[in-house]
Design a protein around this ligand. Sequence first.
Ligand SMILES: [Zn+2]
Length: 353
Amino acid sequence: MKNIKKFIFLLAGIILLSGCSKGGEAKNSSEASNKDNKLKVYASVYPIYDFTKKIAGDKLDVEMVMPQGTEPHGWEPDSDAIKNLENADMLIYNGAGLESWTDKVIGSLSNKDLKVVEASKGVELIKSTHSHDDEDEDHDHEHEADNHNHEAEENHNHNHEAAENNHNHEEHDHEGHHHGPMDPHVWMSPKNAKIEMENIKNALVELDKDNADYYESNYEKYAKMLDELDAKYKEKLANLPKKEIVVGHEAYGYLCKDYGLTQIGVKGVNAETEPDAKKMAEIISYIKENNIKTIFTEELIDPKVSNIIASETGCQVKVLSPIEGLSQEQIDNKEDYFSIMEENLENLVGALK
Ligand SMILES: [Zn+2]
């Protein structure tokens, strides 16, 4: 009897051990034996996750590096996130300076087979509007902007495949000390979202050639939807009397550029600085001068300051989402990039009438 018990324990131990070693071998192997034989792709932030899921369908195990509902600016991966990346086959990140952690973290991983893809590669980047620095010499703010820039440039220098993005080096060099960071919110333009989806599609085709046709046809479907979304934005925003929007943070540079709008942010491009009294006064007079009736807030940023400005000016408060992450309500409603962009358009039309 004792022997049988011993035997069972031993057997259980062997099964456990073999389970562990299987998990380790699964990485980067097409005959992977992880839970459902799928390659593991991590997307840094929500919009990239959503685009990757849409292309990958059920062929790949797509996960997000950040926890859902987290504001991405300044976020750093914790030990769980690092562990996930150690066991991933591919990391797809937005780039353009959004994820300040990528360079440091990727360099420190022992997972040297991790394929790293920058989704915004090939997008024509614009500089953040950076309205704070235009008005006053806020040293803290400048310092932050500088740090941010260095990080962005480091990002651009790392040697991973598909990351040879030289796109804004020249501009950085010419601008001297007072340059602002690039605007990372490229996905807010459907045209740029299409470039990101294409980069993601190409990366997945490279990773998993057996399913290339599947990824291609998913891309074709969503590329068409993005063209339609762009056309709809153009049409609906073309003939409205107002062109100015007041937003939670300056995440709409690409959207404004595409559709001829102008944004003023309660917070800056990295959602970092709370407005001081001077900035508040500036926003309030901007609202009055431009006869603005709506202030936009976001799902992941505390609307306290926006609410104060709204009550000072008699504006209504509406949501304009930068699609940086989903709230629980949005998850429950099965929202995605397209449904949120449709809601954003409705709210924009309402505000600009
Ligand atoms: Zn942002």
